[in-house]
Write a protein that binds this ligand. Structure first.
Ligand code: HEM
Length: 398
């Protein structure tokens, strides 16, 4: 059987429940949020360890804040990782499941790796961040997060190389079902996506932190100015490296798919643009929101590049998301849409309350936010009740 036939036959026989291009766009958008949080978790973890090793007062203060940020970043990274996981399974099921099977050992222990990484980061925050004890827990947590990122990278890499699956599954004709080998990886790609994005994401988050904290009446201006300056310097250095390593990714993996020039222009350009952004703001205090906007725009470009690589790799076998069979299932679409509306409104409410409380305005929550809270909580209650009724109906009547 040809690879092309295998890919076609491994698709879900029921087809996708909605237009496949919509899933593709959602995949890219949700991946941007996912990668932002996981890289911030990695970056804040490095800052924690470095800060405790430096040991002076300002660094210790920053390290303690970062120790608190790491478990939150991992938690948000996991939650936002589920979304691209679902979308990838809908439109790229043949390649995603094949790469998970070929890398079976690592995909099975992936959840254990992530959960242990989270636990280590949390233990350090809870028990060690006051006086720097248990720093090993933070170090171990960082190692596990990096391993999780590496596994993700190998899964992505193996998935776009179906031409090698047979030889990887049965080298010399003998099946190897352990799934323990890292069959495919690209060092430049992973360096670009993980440590360098972690450095820039952390710099951006440092700027958001200073912008936000300065709103407090009791803000420590001197300390916050130091954090902003540090973030800016880190941002400039990491962005220059980012552009350079992006070009290395283009000339290695990009060359396999004749994408060297467009990738080098896009990735080198993104690095240059971010470096120029940081460099242009000599006074970085207060630029947090713009930095976050610029960073998300850059991540969106990277998400598109990843997708172009995948689409080009699979087009060699006539696999195209646009021609994935689908049958619109309005029940699922309605469930998805209402859950998204309810989820987004309740999250918006919680973020707004947290935002107000963090700047010391907890007593003065504006009336509009209060109203949003009541409406979204009521919607959530109604949605739970609906789900319960559907469950009862399914058990009793079907
Ligand atoms: C907490 C540690 C994690 C780290 C450091 C991490 C990092 C990464 C990286 C670097 C990539 C890009 C790989 C590449 O293109 O070469 C990626 C992709 C991805 N991650 Fe994560 N990840 C983590 C956890 C998770 C979790 C818990 C999930 C799911 C619940 C998840 C879901 C995904 C998916 C589905 C993709 C691929 C999306 C696609 O192929 O378009 N990740 N992750």
């Amino acid at each position: 059987m040809e690879v092309e036939d295998a890919l076609r036959m491994m698709r879900d026989p029921l087809g996708a429940p909605f237009y496949p291009r919509v899933f593709q766009v959602l995949l890219l958008l949700t991946w941007v949020v996912h990668i932002y949080f996981v890289t911030v978790a990695v970056g804040s973890s490095v800052t924690t360890i470095y800060g405790f090793r430096r040991g002076d007062e300002r660094w210790l203060r920053l390290a303690r804040s970062c120790a608190r940020l790491t478990p939150s970043g991992v938690g948000l990274g996991i939650v936002t990782g589920i979304a691209p996981l679902l979308f990838v399974q809908v439109i790229y099921d043949p390649i995603w499941y094949a790469s998970n099977a070929l890398t079976g050992f690592w995909s099975v222990i992936f959840i254990i790796v992530v959960a242990s990484g989270y636990t280590c980061a949390y233990v350090f925050y809870l028990k060690g961040s006051a006086d720097g004890r248990l720093l090993w827990s933070s170090v171990l947590g960082l190692a596990l997060l990096v391993l999780a990122g590496w596994i993700m990278h190998v899964l992505a890499s193996v998935s776009i190389r179906p031409e090698h699956w047979r030889e990887w599954y049965a080298p010399n004709g003998v099946a190897d079902t352990r799934g323990i080998e890292f069959h495919s990886f690209n060092v430049a790609r992973v360096a670009f996506l993980l440590p360098l994005q972690a450095a820039i994401g952390t710099a951006v988050t440092g700027l958001i932190y200073t912008w936000y904290r300065l709103k407090r009446d009791d803000a420590d201006r001197e300390y916050l100015t130091w954090v902003a300056g540090l973030s800016r310097r880190l941002g400039i250095i990491a962005s220059v490296l980012y552009g350079g390593v992006g070009i290395a990714w283009a000339v290695t993996e990009g060359a396999d798919y004749d994408l060297t020039a467009p990738m080098a222009i896009a990735l080198g350009g993104v690095g240059l643009a971010m470096a120029a952004f940081f460099a242009a703001h000599r006074d970085p205090v207060g630029i947090g929101r713009r930095a976050l906007g610029a960073w998300f725009a850059s991540l969106a470009v990277v998400a598109v590049i990843r997708e172009v690589i995948r689409a080009t790799a699979l087009s060699r076998f006539n696999y195209d998301v646009g021609s994935y069979p689908y049958r619109v299932d309005w029940g699922s679409v309605a469930m998805f849409t209402v859950t998204t509306i309810v989820g987004v409104s309740i999250i918006t409410y919680m973020v707004m309350v947290l935002f107000q409380s963090g700047i010391g305005a907890g007593e003065r929550i504006p009336r509009s936010i209060d109203r949003l809270g009541r409406v979204s909580t009521a919607m959530l209650g109604a949605w739970f009740a609906f789900f319960l009724l559907v469950g009862v109906y399914a058990v009793v009547a079907l």
